[in-house]
Design a protein. Structure first.
Length: 278
């Protein structure tokens, strides 16, 4: 038996974890489940998403606990109330005899997937709950996620960016954003999609050169690419990185439907962290 892992529905997981990690769906504010396709949500308008309830987290904890405890890993608490709901659920679960740790991943989407991946590997290696949680916490402090948004119409409709900013996307300017340590930072935009993709990948290439000067201490790159409904941009981003550094692990995952409600489908990016080589 291994430590169970629970995530909220904002996570984008590698294929190897999709059956192993229990995911608690996010809901629309109107109570429905976000559609998987942007076209399917058309007439429904653009309601926001709500974090899973403490009851939903509690049910997932009880189902995931195989005797060695459960780690609940949420999207960054600055972005969602999921962390607070998970903590309430953990209090109830502990009262019922379960051992539970709750961790703010400090990131989102495939960044959260990378943290879950590290936790899963620690758990399947036989580590106890405290060690699995410590490993996930260590990785969460290192993960960077840099993404580009091809169209800002969805964000403009939600009120997250002004309409005049969204219009820049329609004339070819691609905004770039970084998610790191629980916060979003706007980066210098690029003109055109190819330039934006090169700039995203260049962040990793620059770090690779800084971390491995003259063949000294080596580091393993753990890499993930995200996309909306078009995988091509994610594959191109991976190809650019692989010309310069070979990742130890990598995966591609689609943005989850709840996250796509906020960004629209025209988003792609990379998340990564560096591990000291043994």
């Amino acid at each position: 038996m291994t430590v169970g892992i629970v995530c909220d529905g904002g996570v984008s997981l590698p294929r190897e974890l999709r059956d192993a990690v229990r995911v608690v769906p996010l809901q629309r504010e109107d109570g429905s489940t976000p559609a998987a396709s942007p076209a399917a949500r058309g007439a429904a308008g653009h309601p926001g998403t709500a974090a899973p309830s403490p009851g939903a987290f509690l049910e997932a904890i009880e189902q995931a606990d195989r005797g060695n405890g459960v780690l609940v890993l949420t999207v960054a608490s600055a972005f969602s109330a999921a962390f607070g709901a998970a903590r309430l659920a953990a209090t109830s679960a502990r009262a019922g005899g379960h051992r539970v740790e709750v961790l703010d991943s400090r990131t989102a989407t495939v960044g959260q997937g990378l943290v879950a991946q590290a936790a899963f590997r620690s758990a399947t290696g036989g580590d106890p709950l405290a060690v699995v949680a410590a490993r996930a916490s260590e990785v969460s402090r290192q993960v960077r996620l840099v993404a580009l948004i091809a169209q800002l119409d969805e964000l403009a409709r939600s009120g997250r960016v002004p309409g005049v900013v969204a219009a820049t996307g329609r004339v070819g300017v691609r905004p770039l954003f970084e998610v790191r340590d629980g916060a979003v930072r706007r980066m210098r935009p690029a003109f055109g999609l190819p330039a934006a993709e090169r700039r995203v990948a260049r962040e990793i290439v620059r770090e690779a050169h800084d971390l491995q000067p003259h063949g000294l201490r080596r580091h393993h790159l753990h890499l993930a690419a995200l996309h909306g409904h078009e995988r091509g941009s994610a594959d191109r981003l991976l190809d650019i990185v692989r010309r310069h550094v070979v990742p130890a692990t990598s995966f591609v995952a689609e943005l989850s439907p709840p996250m796509m409600l906020h960004t629209g489908p025209g988003v792609s990016g990379l998340a990564w962290w560096w591990e000291d080589a043994p």
